[in-house]
Write a protein that binds this ligand. Structure first.
Ligand code: ARG
Length: 462
């Protein structure tokens, strides 16, 4: 039975019900709805609105319902109730009869759904946080186990300067650390309870909302009823945090897909995480990373859609807000799954050290080192850049690397060049020079890795 039948004389059209009802997706909020109802029932008793016996009856039936939902989360789907709030009330009616009708005193589905969704968001943001931690842990393990290996670094997808493989992995650790702090920020802001704000104007029952909120694990009770029932900022914030985190994951995936290509051949996918082609027997495809990249698009779409749902809404509650759920549920599940998948597949990614090093030596990626060498001999950088460029031109005309030019050829461009230039042109020398904070020298990367590992151990309480 609908919660609002009294003023209606005709039954709802089936087509209207199919469009209006939300149980098919908001059944996922069952446990939160039950928890919110338990706290509310106790609040009503504390305020003297219902008796202690009635509260105990409600609490016992709600606890029983929680156990039933735990055993079968899809239990609500066996019924035709309008939404999860109606379902919980109907179930209580079946269990305890008349007392169930008192539960909705002083509350509305507007403050209830806002409370349920916050509770669900807090729980699921915590799960995503754990998944993100696993992904960071896997990246740190990757960085540690490949420490010392060199690969080409790119700008414009052109070989630029050699970098350590660990430096590459640690770049994504930095991004994920920022993502973690964005989740924490969002969690702190969403920790406010709307229950007891009624439909929009506040509850007519003089009960202690702070205690109701605290019983549910919230840090505070919402300060303004109009805002509380219509605020979905936390959905937007988490969707935005997800979008950025998945964007990072997508960029990582794009790197890996390229690094695993026949053209690059820097990384190799293990059989356990690759798929083949139904037609081309030789193929081994990076489907996992393509899916991570593809699912990012889906998540970005959910962010755009919730912003569009909210942007034109007048205060306070509007049914448009029911559209906050399906995309958000999918976004949170996708976000968590993608992070866990990354953590699972990274150990199956190996590095072809020889190919990485060969490629790092190509493409005149030591031309900057040659310019720096000349700067060391007293040449202004702008002039040194010009001279090094001239030598690149000369060497590429002969299809050989800079270090294969003879001293006479080098000196013809700058007499300041002497025999020690060859040592300066090695990959090791180039890496070692990038020794200022944040650079790719083995020393810098080593201490960045240790610092990140220490931060991570503290975070994981090890
Ligand atoms: N299913 C609704 C939602 O998800 C619950 C709130 C209904 N409130 C109302 N005034 N119709 O938003």
């Amino acid at each position: 039975m609908a919660m609002w039948g009294g003023r209606f004389q005709e039954a709802s059209l089936d087509e209207f019900r199919a469009f209006n009802d939300s149980l098919a997706f908001d059944y996922l909020l069952a446990q939160q709805d039950i928890a919110a109802s338990r706290s509310w029932a106790i609040g009503l008793a504390e305020a003297g609105i219902i008796t202690a016996e009635e509260a105990a009856l409600l609490d016992g039936a709600l606890a029983e319902l929680a156990t039933e939902v735990e055993a079968n989360p899809e239990l609500p789907l066996q019924t035709k109730e309008e939404d999860i709030h109606s379902w919980v009330e109907a179930k209580l009616g079946e269990k305890i009869g008349h007392a169930a009708k008192k539960l909705h005193t002083g509350r509305s589905r507007n403050d209830l759904v806002a409370t349920d969704l916050r509770l669900w968001s807090k729980l699921n943001a915590g799960l995503v946080r754990d998944a993100l931690q696993s992904a960071i842990g896997a990246l740190l393990t990757f960085a540690r186990s490949h420490y010392g290996l060199v690969m080409p670094g790119f700008t414009h997808l052109q070989r630029a300067q050699p970098v350590l493989v660990s430096h590459w992995a640690l770049a994504y650790v930095e991004m994920f650390r920022r993502d973690l702090s964005r989740i924490d920020d969002a969690l702190a802001r969403m920790d406010v309870c709307p229950l007891g704000c009624g439909a929009l104007a506040g509850t007519g029952v003089l009960l202690d909302r702070v205690t109701v909120a605290e019983r549910l694990g919230f840090a505070a009770a919402a300060r303004n009823s109009l805002d509380a029932v219509s605020d979905r900022d936390y959905v937007v914030e988490l969707s935005a945090a997800a979008s950025l985190c998945l964007t990072h994951l997508s960029r990582l995936s794009e790197d890996v897909i390229f690094f695993c290509s026949g053209e690059a051949g820097f990384f190799k996918l293990g059989d356990a995480i690759s798929s083949g082609s139904s037609l081309m027997p030789q193929k081994k495809n990076p489907d996992v990373f393509e899916l991570l990249r593809g699912k990012t698009g889906r998540v970005l779409g959910h962010l755009v859609s919730i912003l569009h749902v909210l942007k034109g809404l007048p205060l306070a509650y509007n049914k448009d807000m029911q559209e906050d759920k399906q995309g958000f549920f999918d976004l949170m599940a996708t976000w968590q799954q993608c992070l866990l998948v990354l953590a699972t597949v990274l150990p199956h990614l190996s590095v072809n050290a020889g190919q990485c090093r060969r490629a790092a030596e190509l493409g005149y990626s030591n031309a900057t080192d040659l310019a720096d060498y000349l700067v060391g001999k007293g040449v202004a950088f702008r002039d040194a850049h010009e001279l090094s460029g001239e030598l690149v031109l000369k060497a590429s005309a002969q299809q050989k690397p800079l270090e294969a030019l003879s001293l006479t050829e080098l000196k013809a461009v700058s007499p300041l060049i002497s025999d020690d230039v060859y040592a300066a042109l090695t990959i090791e020398a180039g890496l070692a020079k990038r020794a200022a904070l944040g650079g790719t020298s083995p020393e810098q990367v080593g201490s960045a890795l240790t610092a990140a590992e220490q931060w991570f151990a503290k975070l994981s309480g090890q």
